[in-house]
Every structure is written in C-alpha cells, then in structure tokens.
Ligand binder design. Structure first.
Ligand code: 2YG
Length: 277
C-alpha cells in the first residue's frame, strides 16, 4: 500500500470545488453522488442525514507516524460533503477515547497498514482500499453511461483492484484481469468465481498487448507508467485509483476528460457514505 506524502495531498482542500465540477462533467455526478452510486443509496435521502452525522478524524502516531495534514485534509473532504466532521485535538488512544466520550457517530483513522472508518453505534468497519476500488468502479460505470456488457480491464489485483473487479462484475461488466504477478490475477479470478460461477473472467498475461483491446480500464497498480501514452486510444475511458498515478502527464493530456484519478477524495467519500448507510 502506497504511503501518501503531504505534498501529494496538500492542495486537495482548495481544489475540492473545482474537482467536484470536473467529476460532474466526466460522470454526470458529484463526489457525493458517485459515493452514493458506489453504495447503491439515494443521494437525496443521504443529503438529509450527512449534516447530523458526526465523524471524528484521529491522527495516529504508530509506525512511521503522522503524515502532516493527512487527518486535516480527510476532515476537509468530509466537511465539503456536508458531514459534521471534526479533527480530533488529541492523537492515538486519547483521541479515540475522547471521540467515544463526545458521542461521535464514527471515527476515521489510519496507521501504516490500514485506513479505516468505524461506525461507533453499529461497530461496522469500512476499509479505504475496499471503498476506493468500489467507488472508482462506480465512477467508471457512470463515465461509461453503464458498464453493463462492456469489456473492462482491471490492472492490478491487490485489495483495490479486487474491490473494483467485484463492483464491475456486479454492475454487469465483462471482466478481464492483469497483474505483473500472474498468480495474483489467477487467485483473484478464483475468488471472484466462487460467488459468480456463471461469469467468464479473462486473464491478460501481456498488458501491452491487452490495453489497446479494452475500451474501459481500471488502473489499480502502485506503479507509474502502467498505461503508456502511446497505447491510449481515442475512446478509452480510464478510472485510476492507483497511487502514484499509472499514467504519464502525456497520457493524461491524451485522455483529458476521459480519466478519473485522485489520491483521497473519492475513497474518503465512499467510506463516509458506507459508515452512514
Ligand atoms: O494519522 C496519520 O497521519 C498517519 N498515521 C496516516 C498514515 C496513512 C498511511 N496510508 C496511506 O498513506 C495511504 N494508504 C492512505 C490511503 C491512500 C488512498 N487510497
């Protein structure tokens, strides 16, 4: 799992309004709308609930320690979405205990291994990797005006790619998988088929040969340059939760409004909606 750096995320708060507009142009939905689509809940209903849903974000010093502004930026994203969000003024156990004492509805916090949301009333846990894969798949579905029946290639079969693959199957996508580690792709296919024996899932052994053959790509690798600019076609749509972005600046220019990528916003929005729903 890629560890974010402050300068990856420091300009998120000031660009939230603009990013929201970009998402609206690309998908027809806002950040909140995409997160609701990823959960299959009605946005209007959710809008009434967000402002009274109190989420505390608690910085955690374990392991490599605090990423400057990470918790403040998560809080800013939640506030933008309309939640009653607060950055805890204490860290670690003290911050967590204080959130319970202040009757928070949920806590969000991250160590070096997991970034989770916990609903304090229901005890439900939401994981950022799962939420991120799911919400980027939902964004691709919206951008494609329905992924049903379309051939979609998931690049990267880790936790984010797995959640994206599951979501794309449930949205009716015709799934293909690639991973630099072939056994990761094969074992993901096996896990997915346990629940959908009827589905056909292709494994693509050669990503360079495969990319031009898919109109819809979900890039969930922690590698740069996964999708070379020269392979990007005129009509391909790409949703890229992978950090760092697996597409070069040149590739981003070619894709323009056919690419969705961010480092925190969609995943945090999907976590929050899952905590509330
Ligand atoms: O509380 C803090 O400031 C730190 N303990 C946060 C550490 C977060 C480490 N994890 C990551 O940087 C990413 N996996 C977060 C999610 C990236 C988007 N999918």
């Amino acid at each position: 799992m890629t560890r974010l750096k402050t300068n990856d995320i420091c300009d998120i708060p000031s660009r939230l309004e603009q990013y929201n507009q970009d998402l609206l142009v690309k998908t027809g939905q806002t950040l909140l709308g995409i997160a609701c689509h990823a959960r299959g809940v009605d946005e209007i209903k959710i809008q009434h609930q967000v402002k009274s849903f109190n989420i505390h974000v608690v910085p955690i010093t374990a392991g490599q320690g605090i990423i400057t502004d990470f918790s403040a930026i998560v809080t800013a994203i939640l506030t933008f979405l309309g939640f009653d969000a607060h950055l805890a003024d204490q860290v670690d156990i003290t911050g967590i205990a204080r959130s319970f004492e202040n009757h928070a509805n949920a806590i969000m916090m991250a160590d070096d291994h997991k970034f989770v949301g916990i609903n304090l009333n229901k005890g439900a846990v939401v994981d950022n990797s799962e939420a991120t894969g799911r919400v980027f798949a939902a964004a691709l579905d919206l951008m494609a005006k329905g992924i049903r029946g379309r051939d979609v290639l998931v690049l990267g079969c880790g936790p984010v790619g797995e959640a994206a693959a599951q979501t794309l199957l449930s949205l009716g996508g015709k799934l293909a998988l690639f991973d630099t580690n072939l056994s990761a792709a094969l074992s993901l296919k096996e896990r997915l088929l346990r629940f959908r024996a009827d589905q056909k899932i292709r494994i693509e052994p050669d990503v360079i040969k495969a990319i031009p053959r898919y109109g819809y790509l979900l890039e969930a690798t922690p590698a740069k340059g996964t999708i070379p600019a020269k392979l990007i076609g005129e009509h391909q749509l790409v949703a890229a939760p992978g950090v760092p972005l697996g597409i070069s600046p040149r590739g981003c220019q070619v894709l323009k409004h056919r690419l969705i990528h961010d480092k925190l916003e969609l995943g945090v929005a999907a976590m929050a909606i899952s905590l509330l729903a």
